[in-house]
Design a protein around this ligand. Structure first.
Ligand code: HEC
Ligand code: HEC
Length: 160
């Protein structure tokens, strides 16, 4: 139970970052789904909430569901299975992100907005599986999805 509140906060932030419409992270009793193998997220998550998070992952990393979920020969992935090692990587990434938000950031003195969550999967991943470690060279496109904001700097050839 000690972990439940921070995890729910984490869920709310993920949803705020990715879900098209606000949904409650906790299902009403009638809508409760029996998840088979949640180890980080709370079992009380509604289907909408869990799917919102999963779609957040695919968007943040620029992957499809089967990047983390094991595939059988045909049909949809076996979602509860842990056969794909990326699933455990993602679990550790969730724990890390949660720790950054609940411990690391709040411990930085002088940071004005350390209260509440600041970091999501997208913060690092920016639409790719391998976060960039340095700024792109001048005139080079970013290795991951370009910033959607219009930056008036530089020229991108004739694509404008
Ligand atoms: C970046 C990795 C990643 C991607 C991409 C991803 N998932 Fe997941 N998914 C996970 C992890 C990790 C869990 C287990 C979470 C836990 O242990 O609390 C999970 C759990 C689930 C579960 C719950 C299974 C159960 O009953 O235990 C479902 C359903 C699911 N994902 C569906 C999807 C769908 C649909 C997509 C694509 C839209 C998707 N996932 C994309 C990592 C991912
Ligand atoms: C603080 C930065 C940071 C955050 C936040 C972060 N990641 Fe990562 N992630 C990384 C780094 C760095 C790697 C290693 C990339 C590499 O191997 O080049 C990585 C790798 C991964 C991989 C393995 C990708 C592959 O194909 O090898 C998965 C899956 C992943 N992260 C999922 C997530 C998910 C899901 C979240 C949000 C819950 C998340 N990450 C949040 C930095 C981050």
């Amino acid at each position: 139970m000690r972990l439940l509140l921070p995890v729910l906060l984490f869920v709310v932030v993920l949803l705020a970052a990715y879900a098209p419409a606000p949904v409650s992270p906790v299902a009403s009793p009638e809508a409760t789904v029996r998840w088979e193998n949640l180890q980080v997220l709370p079992d009380t998550l509604s289907r909408d909430a869990l799917m919102g998070i999963m779609r957040g992952f695919t968007g943040a990393l620029g992957v499809r569901c089967d990047h983390c979920h094991a595939r059988g020969s045909e049909g949809p992935p076996d979602f509860p299975s842990d056969a794909n090692p990326m699933k455990d990587v993602a679990r550790d990434m969730m724990r890390m992100t949660w720790q950054i938000n609940t411990e690391t950031l709040p411990a930085i003195e002088g940071l004005q907005e350390a209260d509440g969550m600041q970091v999501t999967c997208y913060t690092c991943h920016r639409g790719g599986t391998h976060p960039a470690t340095s700024a792109p060279a001048e005139g080079e496109a970013a290795p991951v999805e370009r910033d959607r904001n219009e930056h008036p700097h530089g020229d991108h050839g004739s694509d404008g």
